[in-house]
Design a protein around this ligand. Structure first.
Ligand code: E4P
Length: 216
């Protein structure tokens, strides 16, 4: 499963990229606003840090303006992936852009039939928001399982990008289902490295090693 960082914070992306385990980045208008940065500048910087896809989202609601915004966004770097909302105009834009060979991430997906539409529109990625789905009394991971089944039934190439990930259990379940990608805040990704017994084990080994008086 590929790991994307869901952030527009440069320092956090650099830190994760340095592990060699970061496959891409997702941004959205709220994350850009949170960064306090100019969207073009920050997107360009992110694209230079990671080789993989960097999702940059359109903000228009109509197809024509979405196409114009996508043109601006895709000129920023070769690895920009245009993010469009799961609406009729968003999917029209997706179909057009992927037909031209541009990567598209269809975002704000909350049902398996929406995901079916995204795949029919040729989306590179579909982003079901599991955390927000859970928050509203639905089962986010059931949604991922349903999408996986439908995509396998028809051999769709669209990758399932599990989004709105809130904790390690979401990551575990996404991997168990066989999702292609998950995107999570840097704090969640960093949390995956940690285990109290790993820390305790290191502490014990180092204490015993110190008693030997040796060095490597
Ligand atoms: C995905 O691409 C979105 O940016 C993101 O996962 C939304 O997550 P949130 O529900 O935590 O805002």
């Amino acid at each position: 499963m590929k790991f994307f960082a869901d952030t527009a914070e440069i320092a956090a992306i650099q830190e994760l990229a340095a592990t060699g385990l970061l496959d891409g980045v997702t941004t959205n208008p709220s994350l850009i606003a949170k960064s306090g940065r100019d969207f073009k500048e920050v997107t360009k910087e992110i694209c230079a840090i990671v080789d993989g896809p960097v999702s940059a989202e359109v903000v228009a609601l109509d197809h024509e303006t979405m196409m114009k915004e996508a043109e601006v966004l895709r000129k920023i770097a070769d690895n920009v992936c245009i993010k469009v909302p799961l609406t009729i105009d968003g999917l029209k834009t997706c179909k057009k852009l992927t037909g031209d060979g541009t990567m598209v991430n269809v975002t704000l997906c909350f049902s398996a039939t929406q995901a079916l539409l995204a795949a029919k529109a040729g989306a590179t990625f579909v982003s079901p928001f599991v955390g927000r789905h859970d928050d509203n009394g639905f089962d986010g991971m059931q949604l991922i399982g349903d999408i996986k089944l439908i995509y396998e039934n028809y051999g769709f190439k669209t990758e399932i990008l599990v989004a709105s990930v809130r904790h390690g259990i979401h990551v575990l379940q996404a991997a168990q289902i066989g999702a292609d990608v998950m995107t999570a805040p840097p704090s969640v990704i960093k949390g995956l490295f940690k285990h109290v017994l790993t820390e305790k084990g290191i502490e014990g080994f180092l204490a015993d090693w110190a008693k030997t008086g040796q060095s490597i």
